[in-house]
Design a protein around this ligand. Structure first.
Ligand code: PMP
Ligand code: GLU
Length: 391
């Protein structure tokens, strides 16, 4: 049997693979500290679960419109307006099975063979593979540690050709946690407007932002960039709802209709029950997000404090998301070997930078308790010191 070429070129998701390996080892009784996790460790809040249970009891268990129920799209429309200063009518919104699905659908409907998609590195693992699945070409933008691995505007300009269709922007970033400020976003927007390049703005970590900063969506910076941008978000990270699979996008009506049509013939609607739960999450006027953000900020500070004791591991200070991207080049191991040995020898799971397009780095997630952060970082410190002694 020969599998289609389309899947033969695609790699599995390193983030999902290592996270499940770490979870499995824990279930088998190994004392694993999981710094690989790309999801909050908290349970979904009770009021969200209750909305889902009510949906089941009410018999809300049938097909819904493919692009989502109007009630939820209206709540998303209000969220975009109130939190992001963005006007997307419900007809410009499509609800999908996670932000991953929203981005996949967009790349499918916007690009094809011959198109180029600019992906700033380091990037979230799935972007280049999604581009391959659309038979388009991923153009990886180089980044520099002395610029916090953010987009370099001259590199961006140089990467643009007549075939460039799309730029994928992710702020706060997975894996670095860097957040683009309004001036940086204006510079990026200017280049995209001049060259008529569409932007997918992946804002999934929007609510996890530290040091008293406020968040800016690139599409809110003016009509021209609004017209070129598709804003993607979801409830996975902000409401600890990774398993519920609800993401959404705001775009022009033309793009929203195309995605909706694509969804008609692939997944149909995202789960009816999860849509009711997502509605409850978006409508809630409670302190959940504030508490979540504060807890993550404390965990970030703790992890950075611990990293400061390990001088061989430098890092980029994350201003958002729940990851630290650390430079391991002083240790003389490639990121894959580093991660494999650390898991085998100290039971600490990380993700190798290789998966994010940066060989000399590893990603540490602080989506775990402070006690585990302390314990895991002690193990890393001891292990790194031994490694340096031997070399
Ligand atoms: N974008 C980024 C940068 C992510 O890290 C994730 C996490 N999986 C997603 C999108 C997708 O999130 P989800 O599909 O769970 O909504
Ligand atoms: N986005 C998370 C991560 O980067 C979850 C896993 C995935 O979907 O990639 O770890």
């Amino acid at each position: 049997m020969k599998l289609a070429q389309r899947i033969q070129n695609v790699s599995g998701s390193l983030t999902l693979e290592i996270t499940s390996r770490a979870k499995k080892l824990r279930q088998e009784g190994f004392d694993v500290i999981n710094f690989a996790a790309g999801e909050p460790d908290f349970d979904t809040p009770e009021f969200i679960k209750e909305a889902a249970i009510k949906a089941i009891h009410d018999g809300f268990t049938k097909y819904t419109p493919s692009s989502g129920i109007l009630e939820l799209k209206s709540a998303i429309s209000r969220k975009f307006k109130n939190e992001n200063r963005l006007n997307y009518n419900p007809s410009q919104i499509v609800v999908s099975c996670g932000a991953k699905h929203s981005i996949y659908n967009l790349i499918q409907v916007l690009t094809e063979s011959g198109d180029e998609v600019i992906i700033p590195s380091p990037y979230w693992v799935s972007y280049p593979e999604m581009v391959k699945l659309a038979e388009a070409t991923a153009v990886i933008l180089r980044a520099y540690p002395n610029e916090n691995l953010k987009i370099n505007i001259s590199c961006l300009k140089q990467a643009i050709t007549s075939k460039t269709k799309l730029l994928i922007l992710n702020s706060p970033s997975n894996p670095t946690g860097v957040v683009y400020n309004p001036d940086e976003l204006k510079e990026i927007a200017k280049v995209c407007i001049q060259n008529k390049i569409l932007v997918i703005s992946d804002e999934i970590y929007e609510h996890l932002i530290y040091d008293g900063q406020s968040y800016t969506s690139i599409a809110s910076l003016g009509k021209e960039i609004y017209d070129l941008t598709i804003t993607v978000n979801g409830v996975s990270k902000a409401f600890s709802m990774t398993g519920w699979r609800i993401g959404y996008l705001g775009a022009s009506e033309e793009i929203a209709c195309a995605v909706s049509k694509f969804q008609d013939h692939s997944t149909s609607n995202p789960t009816s029950i999860s849509q009711k739960a997502a509605f409850a999450a978006l409508e809630a006027k409670n302190s959940w997000l504030k508490k979540l953000c504060l807890e993550f900020e404390e965990r970030r500070n703790l992890m950075l404090q611990c990293l400061d004791n390990i001088s061989a591991l430098s890092y980029i200070k994350p201003q958002g998301a729940f990851y630290v991207f650390s430079d391991i080049s002083k240790l003389g191991l490639d990121s894959h070997t580093f991660v494999k040995r650390l898991l085998e020898e100290e039971n600490v799971a990380l993700i190798p930078g290789e998966g994010f397009g940066m060989e000399n780095y590893v990603r540490l997630s602080f989506a775990t308790s402070k006690d585990k952060i302390k314990l895991g970082m002690e193990r890393i410190e001891r292990w790194v010191k031994q490694l340096l002694k031997k070399s």
